[in-house]
Design a protein. Sequence first.
Length: 277
Amino acid sequence: MKAFVVLDEGYINQAVVSLSSFFKYNRIELVIYAEKGTDLSRVLAVVPEELVEVRHVSFPQHELFATVGGNRLMVHRSAVPAIAQRIKALEEVSAETDCVLNFDLDTLFLGSVVPLLEEITAKYRTGIFGVSERENRDRWMKQMNLKEVVNTPLYFNTGLMCYKADCKGLYEKFIKTIEEKGNFMYCPEQDFVNLHFKKKYPLANEFNAIWFNPGYKEMAPLMVHYLSFEKPWNKFIYLDFRAYAWWKKYLSACERVEGFLDRDFIGRVRSNVNRVK
């Protein structure tokens, strides 16, 4: 198994927190795909040098990126090239190993995921593995009155995924899918993954604990995913007081690597945590 992440200059602080927590519990080779010109010095200071490889790349550009998702795109449009790079990276890394682990950087690891994932994926010759949020997806699509093109029993959140699949030509297929269904791909990379890969095997919610999912209070997460616009470092919008523990844990993780974070970043995290106390 081999892991990869994708980042640019705007996500350095989050990468410091996520990757330092990942390597606190996990020992595995990881490739960082960084946009050319990104200064990774602070990130590399908190990860084991012998396990990390950096690949500086130019994120892909395409005229379709300007319109995918229409006016309901669930990420900032400027982030679409980084999303597309995840597909390119998956295609590349899957040619180098039998199983690929990928995760978002708006995350915090609280336990070891690699041995468990290796045990689970070893049972299957091919397939993809993730935490399904079909119920959340259906509720959101209904509330927003949006057309659903991913009509599958499982709809994986790609905040943490394992891929044990043939990914040859994957980026080309991604572009083709946008050409055909792009107006209704509100989460382009996530929608594509769920459309393209047919063999899906669900992981327990603890592998990708989305803080507002049903039952999150009772979880002992291996990874917390700060999904949505309400992240510990963003301007405070709304926070269910029951999720306070996960915000507090994020602040504690920030404090462990405070010397490698922007003062403004950790200041916003502290402010949000203090507002809930």
